[in-house]
Write a protein that binds this ligand. Sequence first.
Ligand code: NDP
Length: 251
Amino acid sequence: MSNLTGKTALVTGASRGIGRSVAQRLAADGALVAVHYGTNESAAKETVAAIHAAGGTAFTVRAELGVDGDVDTLFTGLEAGLDERPLDILVNNAAIIDYSATIDNATVDAYDRMFAINVRAPLFITQRALPMMPEGGRIINVSSGVTWFATPEVVYAMTKGALNVLGRSLAQSLGARGITVNTVSPGITETDMNDWLRDSPEAAERVAGMIALGRHGQPADVGDAVAFFASDDARWITGQTLEVNGGLLLG
Ligand code: NDP
């Protein structure tokens, strides 16, 4: 659990849910972690406090993504926290889902907002991070199983499809620099994004029936997979998408 000692990591959307788990796991493995958040400062501080309590190091970085100047704001805070250190690991995790954006009800505003947060931000965060990344750097994008199973939330699914494409192309472009790019694709995971899982035992039971391992996912189930791609053990893996879903819809 100490293979990332001396490394640094930025995890977007690390105040809650899957991002928090990723941040905690990378910190447990020894990395100094920048815990990014958009608005929920108290949750971000809780993530950092949990990391400190476990003996790790972390700091918060606030930047609302999807608005003008978002990347500048993020990197001002990141660079201050890193204090001249390089960035070894970038985890593009922050995203939103607008459940109303179905084919019948999607609006241009909803489309633009989801693409700005879920696609535009990871692309330009990555672009800005690259000069700070040394050989051996790691980029991990958090996508979704909705890239391969159909869902009514068509716009959200499209954003995640774009992220999968980004990962593959970036892996090819960055291979010469020794930087790997991989995609973790969670299944149905209990977070605020899926609060219906907590609120409805019946829905949770239905979901469990669709999963080979017989339960829905927890954030740490995904965080541990992200940590694998961040580790030296994954040095020979790039351009891949890993489905992390307990065996969702296997048949
Ligand atoms: P949550 O809704 O629990 O957390 C979202 C995180 O992203 C928060 O830290 C939030 O910050 C941040 N965030 C959201 N919008 C913005 C914004 N505009 N600017 C800055 N930060 C923002 O999400 P999950 O943990 O469920 O999801 C994490 C990732 O996993 C996402 O990419 C999601 O698409 C993906 N995923 C999730 C699944 C699930 O079942 N939960 C399934 C498949 C994929 P703040 O706290 O400040 O609001």
